[in-house]
Ligand binder design. Structure first.
Ligand SMILES: C[S@@+](CC[C@H](N)C(=O)[O-])C[C@H]1O[C@@H](n2cnc3c(N)ncnc32)[C@H](O)[C@@H]1O
Length: 317
C-alpha cells in the first residue's frame, strides 16, 4: 500500500483538508503532525539538544540508568514497534539492552527523515531486521507480513502528550490490541512540574522552538501555495495548569487575510491565534488511570532523581 511505503509522506490533500477545516474553527488550529517534514524533524532534533528542553536528555538518562531493568521487564525476542520514531536515539539505548531482538518497525510521518534515520541505524546495527513504515499513526497500520516476534510498542519522547486524554486512550487501546496477549508497551510520559520550567522548555531563548512552530507556515506556503508571511506570526507557549497541558500557538501580529491553495481565504485578526500543539503532562496516578481505561496495566515506572520524566511499562495481560 503506498501509504505505508517508506517514501510516501501522507498526502497533500489531507494537509489541505486539515488546514482548511482547522482555520474555520472559532479557535483556529492545525494538528501538530504537520510540523514534521524534513526541516521540521531537523528542528526537532535541535530542540532536543537545547538546555531548556529537559525531556530528551532526562528520558535518555532514565533509559541508560534503568536499561537492564527495563530489558528484564520487556523480555527477549521482541519486535520493537516504535510510533513517531524520529531519529531513533532512544531506540538505540533500548536495542543495546534487549536480548534477541526479532526486528524493529519504525513508524513516522516524516518520510525523508525516516529514510535517513533508517540508513544510519542499519549501518550501526547490521544484524537488525528493520521494517520502516512512513504513515500517520493515528490511522490503522498493519505490521509488515515478514516481521516476526512478539510486539513491543515503543512510544518515547512524551509524544503521547500530543493527544488529548481521550485520544490517548484510543491510541493505547489500539496498542493493546497489537501487543495482546504476550507483549507490552514502553511509553515515555512527561510528568507535571512547575510552570516556569515547562514554559521555558517550549519557548527556548535561541528561538528554535519558535522556528519549529512556524514550520507549519513554511509548509503551508510550500505545499499548499498559502499566501502568507511566516514572520507575520509569533510563537507562544503557555501552560494551562487546570488541564495540565502546554499549548503552542501562532499569534497573528496584524489583521491579515490568508489565502490557501488560491481558493480558501481566512481573516485572522491581530492577536488571534492558531493552536498548533498540545503537550499534556501527567502525574503517575493520572497516567495509570489512562492506561487502565485502555485495558492496560502499568507494571513498572522508572523516573529520574528529580521526578521530571517517566518511562512506563504497560502490559495487556
Ligand atoms: C516529539 S517527536 C519524538 C521523536 C522521538 N520518538 C523521540 O523520542 O525523540 C514526535 C515524532 O513523531 C512523528 N509524528 C508526529 N505525529 C505523527 C503521526 N500522526 N504519525 C506518525 N508520526 C508522527 C514526528 O515526525 C516525530 O518524529
Amino acid at each position: 500500500m503506498p501509504s505505508q511505503s517508506i517514501h510516501s509522506d501522507p498526502s497533500t490533500e489531507a494537509f489541505l483538508h486539515d488546514v482548511v477545516s482547522g482555520l474555520q474553527r472559532e479557535q483556529k488550529e492545525i494538528p501538530s503532525k504537520y510540523f514534521y517534514d524534513k526541516r521540521g524533524s531537523e528542528l526537532f532534533d535541535q530542540i532536543c539538544e537545547l538546555p531548556e528542553y529537559y525531556p530528551t536528555r532526562t528520558e535518555m538518562e532514565i533509559m541508560r540508568d534503568s536499561g537492564v531493568d527495563i530489558a528484564d521487564k520487556v523480555g527477549a525476542g521482541r519486535l520493537v514497534v516504535e510510533y513517531g520514531s524520529g531519529s531513533s536515539l532512544k531506540t538505540r539505548i533500548l536495542l543495546d539492552h534487549l536480548e534477541e531482538t526479532a526486528g524493529y518497525v519504525p513508524i513516522d510521518i516524516s518520510g525523508e527523515h525516516l529514510e535517513d534515520s533508517v540508513a544510519a541505524l542499519r549501518q550501526e546495527y547490521p544484524g537488525l531486521k528493520v521494517h520502516p513504515i512512513c504513515a500517520d499513526y493515528t490511522s490503522d497500520i498493519d505490521l509488515p507480513s515478514d516481521a516476526e516476534g512478539t510486539p513491543l510498542v515503543f512510544f518515547p519522547g512524551s509524544t503521547i502528550g500530543n493527544f488529548t486524554p481521550d485520544q490517548a486512550v484510543d491510541f493505547l487501546k489500539r496498542s493493546a490490541e497489537l501487543v495482546r496477549p504476550a507483549g507490552g508497551a514502553l511509553v515515555g510520559v512527561d510528568l507535571k512540574k512547575d510552570r516556569d520550567r515547562l514554559e521555558q522548555a517550549y519557548d527556548d531563548s535561541e528561538g528554535v522552538t519558535a522556528e519549529f512552530n512556524r514550520n507549519v507556515l513554511h509548509r503551508m506556503k510550500k505545499e499548499l501555495d498559502a499566501d502568507l508571511e511566516t514572520d507575520a506570526f509569533e510563537h507562544r507557549a503557555v501552560y494551562d495548569e487546570v488541564r495540565g497541558r502546554i499549548e503552542m500557538h501562532l499569534v497573528s501580529l496584524s489583521d491579515q487575510d490568508v489565502c490557501v491553495a488560491g481558493e480558501h481565504t481566512f481573516r485572522i485578526e491581530e492577536g488571534e491565534t492558531i493552536r498548533t500543539e498540545y503537550s499534556y503532562k501527567y502525574n503517575v496516578e493520572e497516567f495509570a488511570k489512562l492506561a487502565n481505561a485502555a485495558d492496560l496495566n502499568v507494571e513498572d515506572v522508572w523516573t529520574d532523581a528529580n521526578q521530571l520524566f517517566s518511562v512506563q511499562y504497560l502490559s495487556a495481560a
